[in-house]
Write a protein that binds this ligand. Structure first.
Ligand code: SF4
Length: 200
């Protein structure tokens, strides 16, 4: 069974109505979650982003995700902040450009932990809000999600393209409407100090 919308084709693998959604931040989650709920799909919000530097920035982004989740009366999973472990995962790739090899490792690590949680909590489908940003490689995110899912036979990574169907415009409207904090860099220390203004 497939669920469809006129504005954005939504095809939930297996017709699932409950999914685990790895969320990177409130701005990137906002329009996706709205669209999911409109179509009867309830996401559990899984916050696992050990890439974020500094811890104050991590707490700020997490706090906004939690506020968003509470507004919608959804479940929020607060996973660990393992920044040292994350640094170990990307060691040797610190000077890679954004969308390079470091980012693929970053996505794999975050989605592996998401997939493990999904698998051990009876979810059949998981997805991520990571692909919302045009600064990230959609191809890398799909590759990382499918890699993570490959370790769990009952689990499917939902590789929806969230940049279509007016979701980017709706994201910006919702950020203004709710006054969400909108970060100016991707997250890790290697992505800081870029002179490019708003991250989106
Ligand atoms: S730039 Fe962003 S996606 Fe790439 S490694 Fe840093 S936090 Fe991860």
């Amino acid at each position: 069974m497939m669920k469809k919308t006129s504005a954005l084709e939504i095809e939930v693998p297996g017709g699932e109505t409950e999914i685990l959604l790895h969320v990177c931040c409130a701005p990137c989650s906002s329009a996706i979650v709205e669209r999911l709920l409109e179509h009867g799909i309830r996401p559990t919000m899984f916050y696992y982003n050990p890439n974020i530097f500094l811890v104050e920035e991590y707490e700020k982004r997490k706090g906004e995700c939690f506020r968003h989740t509470q507004m919608l009366n959804l479940d929020f999973v607060d996973a660990d902040y393992e920044h040292d472990k994350w640094l170990g995962e990307v060691r040797g790739f610190e000077s890679e450009p954004e969308r390079g090899a470091r980012c693929l490792k970053c996505f794999r690590q975050r989605l592996m932990v998401s997939a493990l949680y999904a698998s051990t909590h009876n979810f059949k489908v998981f997805a991520t809000t990571l692909a919302t940003s045009r600064w990230k490689s959609l191809k890398q995110i799909v590759e990382a999600g499918e890699y993570a899912a490959s370790f769990f036979p009952e689990l499917t990574f939902w590789a929806q393209n969230w940049r279509k169907g007016g979701l980017s415009e709706r994201r910006n409207e919702l950020v203004r409407l709710y006054g969400f904090y909108n970060q100016s860099y991707c997250g890790c220390e290697f992505s800081m100090n870029r002179d490019r203004g708003n991250f989106m």
